[in-house]
Design a protein around this ligand. Structure first.
Ligand code: MSP
Length: 635
């Protein structure tokens, strides 16, 4: 029997339209599911909408609609968006569905009967944005740090869940299963939160104040707190406790969430499950936020990016690729149109797209529009095949570890290896020499065959484009895992005329090309002395290299994403590929000239210069100790 896997997204509030953050979580989850299916697993994918609570009730009132009519209208926007983004959930759950309400009530009753829910007089600070009471210690200058609003002070009788009783159990769980909350920094954040005594959780709202919720089964004067209702969607969608889906998928439940809802998922949810006698989820996988000019994108703050608008620019699969590739999983990432287009042009148009079109076109021209025969292999082909064999394993490993950006980085590297191979073997030259025909066939076969493997690996992220790419390679469908090994392309397969898969996009003209530096000092001569004011014009900062990849089509250039403490990552190109691999640079603290005019190198934006010291090996890293924070000035 195949291995099972269950992946959920948060269920999204329907108080306003879906934005790029919602699209990100759902696209990442969809890609994970498609990868797992590629690996032969039986994978189930759930998403949906969170439709109760004060925030929704207020939005409905503003829209002058009944809450039910309002949520019926809003949920459609999410449901209809997903197929447009090539997202295919197995199930879409709504918390206003009868089956969900019944399960919430059953579980509340069970926990109440176990004596873990009690009535108490309470006062506290309620943030409507979070739909939560916040402790004094969580407020920053009297405001909710997430929504930057002053919470309402409330005094009322409410029902409480005895969450404090589960603190020791929860800490032990976190200690026993170090990967349970992933990446580790979020686990540590939860452990730090649990260093203070855990409070009991207020799980009701009096109907005198809010009626839009699920009635408590043991007191009809109250409705259920929206988070207690919402979290249970993950289990109610599978017909817990006896449903067949629940039996099959609950033990392998992976929740993918943004870091904003860590506490509810990592603290409230496991305690609720434990109190209800259910086993906790298998893993909580937490990602960072897309930020816009350094601040969080959110409905409440009103600086959101519309996924449909970006889809018009990059195409759906281009947008999916950019989102998965450019966010180092777990960290924040900056969303700009320019970064998105630069990534698209670099990885998709220049690297992969170019590889596909030139290998197909050259084969069509020279081998009667079909895949050539592969002759004897030289070291170059054997090495490439080995890189691809390892590459497929490496990509699987990255996906299992939820390092999706690394998987795509590795696939881009594999594509650039094939482009490098073509550059070296120069089939366009071989084509001019009649005695090299067998060799020409071998080179083109190798390139086409490698491209076929790349198509299989990229399909979970770009399903539609890769279907087209596989047609271009004359394949019947997308390659399966067992087919992702070199040498399986059938010689003689007809190759249809390729359509450009990823036409290049013009980068908006905000930056000009930098002027060529003046060569005003002869080699070896002393540089012209500067006065201190002239020197002070150069801004030197400590940067942390968060990510790095080769620049497609170049043997010299590496493209780094550098954190200068600005709330976004800078794109910087350095000519050090002969000396360093991307892995040598990732995680290094370096000195960056941060006020150079941005320029483009091989079409890739470079917004600064990383300093290296010249040495007999070419260059050395100028390392900065870990205690120095990214963005610190160097003087
Ligand atoms: N309804 C709750 C979740 C209940 S789950 C039982 C909720 N909904 S939400 O509409 O506010 O969605 C929050 C989620 O949207 C985040 O956890 C994340 O998955 C996604 N994102 C919202 N803004 C985001 C960014 N700016 N960047 C990345 N993802 C973000 O909270």
């Amino acid at each position: 029997m195949s291995q099972t896997f269950y992946c959920t997204t948060p269920i999204y509030y329907v108080n306003s339209n879906p934005h790029i953050g919602h699209a990100y979580t759902t696209i990442v989850s969809d890609a994970i599911i498609r990868f797992r299916r590629l690996f032969g697993e039986d994978a189930y994918f759930l998403t949906g909408t969170d439709e109760h609570g004060q925030k929704i009730a207020e939005s409905a009132a503003k829209a002058k609609m009944e809450p039910q009519a309002f949520v019926d209208m809003m949920t459609q926007k999410f449901r209809e968006l997903w197929p447009e983004l090539h997202i295919e959930p197995d199930q879409f759950i709504r918390t206003t569905e009868e089956r969900h309400k019944q399960i919430v009530q059953q579980i509340l009753q069970q926990i109440y009967d176990n004596g873990e829910i009690f009535l108490k007089e309470y006062e506290g600070h309620y943030c409507v944005g979070c739909e939560e009471f916040l402790n004094e210690s969580e407020l920053v200058e009297g405001q909710c740090p997430t929504h930057q609003t002053v919470p309402e002070f409330r005094q009322e009788r409410n029902y409480f869940f005895r969450m404090s009783a589960y603190q020791d159990w929860l800490v032990q769980m976190l200690k026993d299963q170090p990967d349970w909350i992933y990446p580790g920094r979020y686990r540590n954040e939860v452990l730090r939160f649990l260093e203070n005594p855990l409070q009991d959780l207020c799980i009701s709202r009096p109907k005198s104040r809010l009626t839009w919720g699920i009635e408590l089964p043991f007191d009809s004067d109250f409705v259920t707190y929206v988070w207690f209702d919402a979290l249970l969607n993950y289990a109610s969608a599978l017909d817990c406790p006896d449903g067949e889906l629940f039996q099959r998928y609950w033990p392998v439940c992976h929740h993918i969430i943004g870091k904003d809802i860590l506490k509810t998922h990592a603290v409230y949810w496991p305690c609720m499950l434990k109190a209800a006698g259910m086993t906790p989820f298998a893993r909580l996988v937490v990602h960072g936020h897309w930020v816009s000019s350094g601040s969080k994108m959110s409905k409440t703050l009103g600086n959101v990016v519309d996924p449909l608008a970006m889809k018009e620019k990059l195409g759906v699969d281009g947008l999916r690729y950019f989102l998965v590739r450019d966010m180092s999983f777990g960290e924040d990432a900056n969303f700009t149109e320019e970064l998105a287009i630069t990534r698209y042009n670099g990885d998709l148009a220049n690297n992969f797209g170019n590889l596909l079109s030139r290998s197909v076109n050259l084969s069509r021209q020279n081998f009667s529009e079909s895949v050539p025969e592969c002759g004897p292999l030289t070291d170059a082909e054997t090495e490439l095949r080995a890189q691809f064999q390892n590459g497929v394993e490496q990509v699987q490993e990255f996906i299992r570890q939820f390092y999706l950006h690394k998987a795509l980085e590795h696939i881009a590297w594999m594509a650039s290896q094939v482009n490098g191979y073509l550059q070296q073997q120069a089939p366009w030259q071989l084509a001019k020499q009649p005695d090299q025909r067998e060799r020409l066939g071998t080179v083109l076969y190798t390139a086409l065959d490698a491209t076929r493997i790349l198509v299989g690996l990229l399909a979970p992220v770009m399903p539609e484009k890769m279907k087209l790419a596989s047609t271009t390679l004359g394949l019947e469908g997308l390659p399966q895992l067992t087919e992702l090994q070199p040498g399986l392309l059938q010689s003689g397969t007809a190759l249809p005329k390729p359509e450009p898969l990823f036409p290049k996009i013009q980068v908006p003209k905000v930056q000009q090309e930098a002027p060529t530096p003046k060569e005003d000092s002869a080699p070896g001569s002393a540089a012209t002395p500067l006065n201190i004011d002239e020197f002070n014009k150069v801004e030197l900062k400590v940067g942390l290299i968060r990510d790095c990849a080769p620049v497609a089509g170049s043997d010299k250039l590496l493209h780094s994403q550098v954190d200068l403490g600005e709330g976004r990552l800078r794109s910087i190109v350095s000519g050090v590929a002969p000396r360093f691999s991307p892995a040598d640079l990732i995680g290094q603290r370096v000195i960056v000239v941060s006020n150079l005019r941005p320029t483009k190198l091989r079409g890739v934006l470079s917004e600064g210069m990383i300093l290296f010291a010249e040495s007999e090996k070419g260059f050395e890293l100028v390392k900065i100790p870990e205690s120095v924070v990214p963005g610190s000035t160097v003087r």
